[in-house]
Structure formats: C-alpha cells, structure tokens
Design a protein around this ligand. Structure first.
Ligand SMILES: NC(=O)c1ccc[n+]([C@@H]2O[C@H](COP(=O)([O-])OP(=O)(O)OC[C@H]3O[C@@H](n4cnc5c(N)ncnc54)[C@H](OP(=O)(O)O)[C@@H]3O)[C@@H](O)[C@H]2O)c1
Length: 333
C-alpha cells in the first residue's frame, strides 16, 4: 500500500513511521529541516511500543509535487489553519490519490476535503494517538489507547477501502476499528479534546506545566469535570449517547453517573497515576501555546459554543475558557 502523509509533523511522522515500519510504502511531505534529518539519520520515535529508528519504506519530500506516482491513500496531517494553503499546493497530488482522509481534530473538516479531493474520495477518520515533533527527525509518542483510531464512510457504511486502511493501522499496532458511526466518533473525540484542551490551556497557560500538574490540584480537577459536564449536555442534546470510544482516556460514562465531587476525585486519582508514571503529556493545543503557535480554537471549541446556542444550553465554564483562549490566540502566530 502506498500512503502519502501531507504535513509530516508530530502526528504525521508517528503514524507514517509506524506504517512504514510494518511494510507500507510511506511518503512524508514536510518541512525541509525535518525531512533532511529523517533522510540523513532516520525517523526516531520514542513511545509506549518502544524506541524506533525508521529508515525503510520511507521517502521524504518537501513539496506535494515531489511525491511521485500514484497513492492508495493520502493522510492530511497539517494543523487546520494550514489546510487551505496545503490543499491549494497539492491539487495535482490529490488527483493521484485514490482515497483521502485527515486525522486532524475539528468539526466540519470534511467540507474543505470534499471541495479539494472530490466527495467520493474522502473517508472519515479520527485518532487519539499522542504525538509531538520534538526536534527535526525526533518524535515522542507519549500515549496510545486500547483503540486508537476509527475509520468509516461519511454515509455510515463500511467499505473495502475503510477496512483496508483499518487493517494497515492494526498491522502497525495502531489498534483501529472500522465503524458505521464515524460522525458520532468525531463529535465524541471533539468533546474529549475540547474538554482537555480548553481546560489545559485556560488552567495551565504557557508555563512549563504538564497535564498532571493541573489535574492533581483539587480545583483543577473540579474545573475539568465541570467543562466535561457542560459539553456532555450539548453532546447528548444532539441525540448521541456517551460511548467512551477512547476509554480509558475518557471518563464520560463515569462523570455521567456520578456527582461533580466524585468526578473530581476520579480525575485527581488518574492525575496522580500519570504523575507517578511521569507521563509528561500535553494536549496538541497546549503544545502550540507553549511554542507560540496559533491554537485550533475555532475548529475545536467554537463548534461546541455554536451547538450550545442552537440547542439553548448554557455552557458558562466553556465560554470563559474560550474567551481566555481567544485572547491568547490573538498574540500567537
Ligand atoms: N499530535 C497529536 O497528539 C494529535 C492527536 C490527534 C489529532 N491531532 C491533530 O492532527 C493535526 C496535526 O497535529 P500535529 O500535532 O501533528 O501538528 P504539527 O506537529 O504542527 O504537524 C503539522 C506539520 O505540518 C507542517 N506543515 C504545515 N504546512 C505545510 C506545508 N504546506 N507543507 C509541508 N508541511 C507543512 C508543519 O510545519 P510548521 O510547524 O513549520 O508549520 C508541521 O510540521 C492537528 O489537527 C491536530 O489537532 C494531533
């Protein structure tokens, strides 16, 4: 299988690297320094599956037109703010790809994909695999989960192309499922990342803090659960039942059946476990903030506020976090 990774940063390199390591032919399209480092010394990934230096089955280029030939899949992995520019520069490449998907976080991301690739080429996908590009050619993969990715057609079917990419991910030890409810998976993933990101950025700011630093403080854990409860109300009002697709990273079902105090204690317990394991994880938006880069606030948080308004639901804690994030984003590039 030939796979092009358009926007090979943290997530694109980690997923692309594991796929290459298990025999898929992967072409990374990324920034010069990163591509040069991988070509010279290989792609280094440190994570829960061990430490790897991947050289085989990897091609590295810096422009879409340098990715030659035909691809079975194209995986779009730039941050949402860069989607329009990268799509404009890859009009020819996308014609040479059979199937296109994006692991970006965000709601309504398919509209731009349909216009760019043609609706018939696009499948839905979501992942919770954690990845950060630490230096050119060097990634950390701080966490994974029992199921780390989902694939499905937007019309709610499971087709051979959905099954084939799911199988390739599974072969790469990226445990995945083909599903007939990808729209729901995307909204629940947005709830997970919306809670974690709006909480971590508004609570921890740009200081040298990790997720567990905030969640082990009582008020921090309480605020996390409060944000979760507000978004869960919106999610359920949309007609969805909580599934915990990415358990155990999500605790939505526990929050649903317990009190705010019980949820707070649960989060503190989890935070202490992360701290004991020295799991230095940050959400992707928090990484952006600490690096002075614009966060995906309008793609990940704003859709929740729009839905809350539409459904007549009050989300005061999320609104407060959103305002803080918008101020911070105003000064980021
Ligand atoms: N990382 C995670 O743990 C994770 C998990 C699930 C979902 N996601 C989602 O996945 C997406 C990517 O996240 P990420 O953390 O991998 O971001 P990232 O590390 O910033 O990777 C994106 C890469 O694309 C590069 N890029 C941008 N425009 C390009 C262009 N025109 N040509 C070539 N390269 C280009 C960026 O370079 P510059 O930095 O120089 O612009 C960067 O290296 C986001 O939507 C995120 O929400 C991430």
């Amino acid at each position: 299988m030939r796979i092009a990774v358009l926007g090979a940063g943290g997530l694109g390199c980690v997923i692309g690297g594991y796929l290459a390591h298990t025999g898929q032919q992967v072409t990374l399209i990324g920034r010069q320094a990163n591509m040069d480092a991988i070509r010279k010394d290989g792609l280094r990934i440190t994570g829960p599956r061990g430490d790897f230096c991947i050289r085989d089955n990897l091609e590295c280029v810096t422009e879409p037109d340098q990715a030659e030939g035909h691809f079975d899949y194209l995986m779009l992995c730039v941050k949402s703010k860069d989607s329009a520019a990268v799509m404009a520069s890859s009009a020819d490449l996308v014609k040479r790809c059979d199937t296109v998907f994006t692991l970006q976080n965000g709601i309504n991301k398919e509209a731009g994909m349909f216009a760019w690739a043609g609706e018939e080429k696009v499948i839905g996908s979501s992942t919770m695999e954690g990845a950060t590009l630490m230096a050119p050619g060097e990634c950390i993969n701080p966490f994974t989960g029992p199921v780390t990715a989902y694939f499905g057609e937007y019309d709610g079917t499971i087709t051979p192309r959905v099954e084939a990419i799911t199988e390739a991910f599974n072969k790469a030890d990226l445990n995945s499922r083909a599903v007939d409810c990808i729209a729901q998976v995307l909204w629940e993933k947005m709830m997970q990342i919306g809670v974690a990101s709006s909480w971590s950025v508004s609570t921890l700011g740009g200081g040298d803090f990790y997720f567990f630093d905030g969640i082990t403080v009582y008020e921090g854990a309480q605020s996390y659960v409060q944000i979760a409860l507000e978004l869960m109300e919106v999610y359920k009002a949309k007609g969805y039942e909580i599934q915990d697709f990415y358990a155990p990273m999500t605790q939505f079902k526990d929050f649903e059946k317990g009190t705010l105090e019980e949820g707070t204690q649960l989060m503190m317990k989890w935070g202490n476990e992360l701290k004991a394991a020295d799991m230095k994880s940050r959400t992707s938006m928090h990484v952006d903030l600490t690096r002075g880069k614009k966060m995906e606030v309008d793609e990940i948080i704003k859709p929740w506020l729009d839905e809350a308004t539409r459904l007549g639901i009050e989300t005061p804690t999320v609104v407060a976090a959103y305002r803080i994030m918008k101020v911070l984003n105003h000064y980021l590039n």
